[in-house]
Design a protein around this ligand. Structure first.
Ligand code: ADP
Ligand code: MG
Length: 247
């Protein structure tokens, strides 16, 4: 069976800066792959190249064995791929429920179908299910902008799951989130992985989070893959300790 995601030899340069310098990896169905590495080593740029936000200078991206390099994010959504951003993408003036419904609409269709009054299509129910699942029930009608940072991060993650994606790429979902919410987020991701067989790629700095959640870890340094293995293998890798964990 083809891997769900296969990334081959991705390069991305910004002027003279080689942000991503020949990265390859693949992810099998149901895996939770962690990506770690120092700030500025190219993690977010790699995601942006995979997800159609940026055109890679070189390299290919395949989904289920089919090339999707450069495909637009909205088309990738339709193929079951979703993401969260390092910086929050919630709409501060809208309520928690409205944010989720909007995220669902993005996935469901075109402006045209919305314009012609496509019915709610079960989005409110779906939003309410997601609210329950992410334990945001007491905040349904609260404006997203008034939530704590951690609550906004949870909402952001919930939004990525509105369309029931098979593959989700999360960029630092735990950044700035307190310990309790971190535990909640981890538990939610595990449940979605176990119950729906969803596959995740997670960029994260919080080592405990990565090491306890991920089945495999990829370590980047200066735009390249420095090491790859189980959490235990990566932790014991001398190069990784020197380049990253030791700091
Ligand atoms: P990470 O997510 O690992 O912290 P990034 O992918 O954000 O790293 O950045 C990798 C490198 O590329 C950094 O040197 C950063 O300054 C640079 N970079 C990222 N995005 C851009 C951009 N849009 N234009 C120019 N340089 C960029
Ligand atoms: Mg980043």
């Amino acid at each position: 069976m083809s891997p769900v995601l296969e990334v081959s030899n991705i390069h991305k340069a910004f002027g003279g800066i080689k942000a991503v310098n020949g990265v390859s990896f693949s992810v099998k169905e149901g895996e939770i792959l962690g990506i770690i590495g120092p700030n500025g080593c190219g993690k977010s740029t790699l995601f942006n190249c995979i997800l159609g936000q940026l055109d890679p200078t070189e390299g290919t991206v395949k989904l289920d064995g089919k090339e999707v390099t450069g495909m637009r994010p909205s088309d990738l959504n339709r193929l079951g791929v979703s993401r969260t951003f390092q910086l929050l993408q919630v709409f501060p003036e809208l309520s928690v429920r409205e944010n989720l419904i909007l995220a669902g609409q993005e996935h469901e269709g075109t402006m045209l179908s919305r314009f012609f009054g496509r019915r709610d299509a079960g989005l409110t129910e779906k939003a309410d299910r997601m609210i329950g699942f992410f334990k945001l029930g007491h905040l349904v009608d609260a404006k997203a902008g008034g939530l704590s940072y951690g609550q906004q991060k949870l909402l952001d993650a919930a939004m990525a799951f509105m369309a029931g994606p098979r593959l989700v790429l999360l960029d630092e979902p735990a950044g700035g989130v307190n310990l309790t919410m971190l535990g909640d987020l981890k538990e939610r991701l595990r449940a979605i992985n176990a119950e729906q067989g969803a596959t995740f790629v997670v960029i994260e700095h919080n080592m405990d989070f990565v090491m306890s959640l991920c089945t495999r870890v990829l370590v980047l340094a200066e735009g390249k893959v420095l090491a790859e293995g189980t959490p235990a293998e990566v932790r014991a890798n001398r190069q990784v300790i020197e380049a990253y964990l030791g700091h």
